[in-house]
Design a binder for this molecule. Structure first.
Ligand code: DX5
Ligand code: ZN
Length: 217
């Protein structure tokens, strides 16, 4: 059964407690939390104090997606704030292997996020150290963008390599996931779907999460 990770980036920050509780009560599996620094990506979102606050109320896995430069400097802080999964961008990490070991040594699941233009083969030499690949299907920085279709090919290549080596690495797809494309993304080999705009732009976000889950079941 594939997993759904609603992206809190699209929540109503004035009613964050209500939206966190909605996710708690819904069929969602993880909380996807997007941290942006205005340098690695052209936007600034939220950081450590907000994640600590969410942790106090969240009853599900906190999946933290760092879109920041020098993420290694902050790994320990994100552990303290409550991250269960910590993903760093391959494009921000010249010493990616070291970053992944650091995250694991802090007792978090290690994730690598990868931009649409970056060949997925660049991950192969750290795949056995990677719990989750957060594959970007939009250019990171903003919610509500259109799914980049070529991602489906990248998923298939990555899935074949994971299967060939008998690994348990999960493939998470981040950006532009909708009720219309969820099925083909799962069929290509994805294990986790992030959904921000699709969930929070609807009248009944909880029902939309249930609909996504039913599509990919
Ligand atoms: C984009 C973020 C995504 C974003 C997805 O940089 O990493 O997690 O919230 O939003 P949607 O689902 O609206 O494309
Ligand atoms: Zn994200």
């Amino acid at each position: 059964m594939a997993l759904i990770a609603p992206s809190v980036l699209s929540a109503d920050f004035l009613n964050l407690s209500r939206d966190i509780d909605m996710i708690n009560q819904s069929h969602a599996d993880w909380f996807h939390l997007d941290v942006m620094d205005g340098r690695f990506v052209p936007n600034i979102s939220f950081g450590l104090p907000v994640i600590s606050a969410i942790k106090r109320e969240a009853k599900k896995t906190l999946d933290v997606h760092l879109m920041i430069e020098e993420p290694g400097k902050y790994a320990e802080d994100f552990k303290k704030a409550g991250a269960d999964i910590l993903s760093v961008h391959i494009e921000a990490c010249p010493h990616l292997h070291r970053n992944l070991q650091q995250i694991k040594s802090l007792d978090m699941k290690a994730g690598v996020a990868i931009n649409p233009h970056t060949p997925v083969q660049l991950l192969f030499d750290v795949l056995h150290d990677t719990d989750v690949v957060c594959m970007m299907s939009v250019n990171p920085g903003f919610g509500g963008q259109k799914f980049i279709h070529h991602t489906l090919e990248k998923i298939k290549v990555l899935k074949a390599e994971i299967n060939r080596r008998g690994l348990s690495t999960l493939i998470e797809i981040d950006g532009g996931v909708t009720l219309l494309n969820a099925k083909e993304i799962i069929e290509a080999g994805a294990d986790v779907l992030v959904a921000g705009n699709t969930v929070f732009s609807t009248q009944n976000p909880s029902a939309t999460i249930a609909a996504l889950k039913a599509i990919i079941a």
